[in-house]
Ligand binder design. Structure first.
Ligand code: FES
Length: 181
């Protein structure tokens, strides 16, 4: 094939290419800014009709701030994925950690998913850090959901979403705890 390979780029070709790259970069930037803006708007509108059915209202910020110890909060929501939607009735454990941060913990044991319950003295087996106990195979978790017995990963958490003076969380977005070595 007789293909001509330019030895030198002309000034006109250089300017034309530079302009195309600049326009492309500006387009990309505009697109990503739009995404961030969309995220911000979604966050602010979470309490309105725009709220996805998988987002659950936990309670008023003012009430949750007064939480003492660990509280179990029941909820109803909808599990929604690309294939199907189904109603969900479940609960989370909620507490405030030493730093004053609200923790929303899934009750699903990190071993095989059974719901953990508050540990009785006999179930703690002398491990005072064990606050939650799994009735299936005996795994233990501390008050903040950290693994303390028989498993190496703590309970999943949900990020609190603050909107209009209330706290919400999305059941479709659990945050997986990292495995302890
Ligand atoms: S499911 Fe919890 S210890 Fe196995």
């Amino acid at each position: 094939m007789n293909r001509k390979i330019p030895q030198q780029i002309t000034r006109r070709a250089f300017l034309s290419t530079t302009a195309k790259v600049a326009i492309g970069a500006a387009g990309l930037l505009a697109g990503s800014t739009g995404l961030f803006y969309y995220g911000a708007v979604t966050h602010r509108k979470v309490g309105s009709e725009a709220r996805p059915k998988s987002v659950v209202k936990l309670g008023r910020v003012a009430d949750l701030k007064l939480l003492q110890g660990v509280e179990r909060i029941n909820y109803e929501a909808e599990y929604v994925d690309a294939w199907y939607t189904k109603p969900v009735k479940d609960f989370v454990y909620v507490t405030i950690d030493e730093a004053g941060k609200l923790l929303i913990m899934s009750p699903a044991c990190s071993h095989l998913g059974c719901s953990v319950v508050p540990a009785k003295e006999a179930q703690q087996g002398g491990n005072a850090d064990m606050f939650f106990w799994c009735p299936c195979h005996g795994a233990g978790f501390d008050k903040q959901g950290g693994a303390v017995y028989a498993v190496t990963r703590g309970l999943d958490r949900f990020e609190p979403i603050i909107s209009d003076g209330s706290v919400y969380f999305d059941i479709m977005k659990p945050i997986r705890e990292t495995e302890k070595a």
